[in-house]
Ligand binder design. Structure first.
Ligand code: FMN
Length: 204
């Protein structure tokens, strides 16, 4: 009887050990796929560009960062646009007519650590500001969801071409189909609408 008990105990210990190794256990939980653990380490990233002195897009970007626990990065131009509106109207239109302009500074982003990636712009001429297009053209977003957000002036968000132009510029990117748009002068009040949109992006 004693021997039988010992045999049963030894056999179940061996089986537990085999199951432990096969399951890639870390002592607290088991996963039969190590990559599932890597996926769990992926976090959101917020990337944005801003120009006006009130930095409306930055206000929304920081709110997004705080709400999602994301890392955050600012797109910076090699040669920043000047501060006066007249020059920026000219230079912005000029750059939008180029296939890839203006140049932006190296950001040293390791995108393998992030998903989704939120990309924010002020609306210029009903679309993205040119440095944001350069950013989208500069990295490999394979396997990532890119969710676009923007702040704007008096324009009607339904007419904005941010998503359509981004898709045309970088067809390989998997864009979330709904752009978050908020009036720049009311950026500080974006919270509730932002919450609803984040939920949709997270449920993708
Ligand atoms: C060159 C330029 C073009 C703009 N074009 C538009 C536009 O087409 N539609 C719109 O609603 N707002 C337009 N705006 C207003 C900005 O989108 C808005 O003020 C935005 O919140 C600014 O964001 P920022 O503070 O992050 O730069 C334009 C602003 C500038 C400077």
């Amino acid at each position: 009887m004693k021997l039988k008990h010992l045999f049963i105990l030894a056999a179940s210990a061996v089986l537990s050990a085999v199951a432990f190794l096969a399951c890639n256990c870390d002592g607290n939980s088991c996963s039969d796929d190590a990559s599932a653990k890597d996926a769990a380490k992926v976090k959101p990233l917020v990337v944005y560009w801003t120009w006006s002195e009130t930095h409306n897009t930055k206000v929304v970007a920081e709110m997004l960062q705080q709400k999602t626990g994301a890392d955050i990065a600012l797109i910076e131009m090699v040669t920043p646009y000047p501060n006066d509106f007249g020059s920026v109207m000219q230079l912005g239109q000029r750059d939008l007519q180029q296939p890839k302009a203006p140049a932006i500074k190296e950001m040293n982003l390791d995108l393998s650590k992030y998903d989704p990636i939120y990309v924010g712009t002020p609306i210029w001429f009903s679309t993205y500001a040119p440095p944001v297009r350069t950013f989208l053209q500069s990295y490999d977003f394979k396997g990532k969801t890119v969710a676009l957000f923007c702040t704007h002036g008096q324009g009607n968000p339904a007419t904005f071409k941010y998503l359509a132009d981004a898709k045309a510029a970088v067809p390989a990117i998997n864009f979330f189909p709904e752009v978050f748009a908020h009036k720049g002068t009311e950026a500080a009040n974006a919270g509730p609408a932002l919450d609803a949109w984040i939920q949709k992006v997270s449920a993708k």
